[in-house]
Design a protein. Sequence first.
Length: 252
Amino acid sequence: MRTLYSVLLVLLAIQCIYSSDLCTHIKSSDGYTYNLEWFINAGPYGPVKGIKPPQSYNYKFTICGSGFICGKQVCGAGKAGSCQSWSSTPFNDDHSDEACTGMDTPTQVVGLAGGLGAQFFYGNGDEYSGVPRTTTIYMLCGREDGWGQVIFNDSLTDDLKYSVVVTSKYACGKKGGGGGGSSGISPAGIIVLIIFCVIIVYLIAGVIVNKVRGQSGVELIPNVGLWKSIGGLIRDGSCCLVRRGGGSYGSV
């Protein structure tokens, strides 16, 4: 169990770093940085009407802010990032006529090139016929103040895919700045990040599999025998190098 707790602590630390950097330091591939702190402080936006006739649905969403209660399924505990309501009094305290169209933690955040804005993908919303609802939010650079122009596109509701377009001056990027630091992650940094993510996934999957198999304690670690032998392999390798080095010096 101690191993499992250690893995969970690592994941919590990653989530903490990810959350704090999510909207204040978004970077594009060409070196633009986006700081969407204004939207964090503004809180959820809505209600806003969808564009699908007869425009009977209302929507509410948040950008990088705290989640809110929506419906009575996956987002009933205050984890909604996007919400749909078909009530005559939308987003009331009852929450019965609502469906979560995306949870509050984006599964993907992309900084657009040229300082044009950022894209957020909210997944894992309430399911309909086994299919989860999703929402993609486009934060585009414009001249408008505050939330600016907001268009909620629900024309693809048959596929349970929704999208929001927000045009605001607070969504504009700055070349090499705005969030501070360098203009992007170096290739070496990307490789290290990929390796780290692979190790985390490997450990989590291994722990889950071993737990299902009835293992406990240190045996939860995947391929624990290999990890236990690493110390001996390093020691043997070091001794081999020392012996070879000693032999070469003796022959001089």
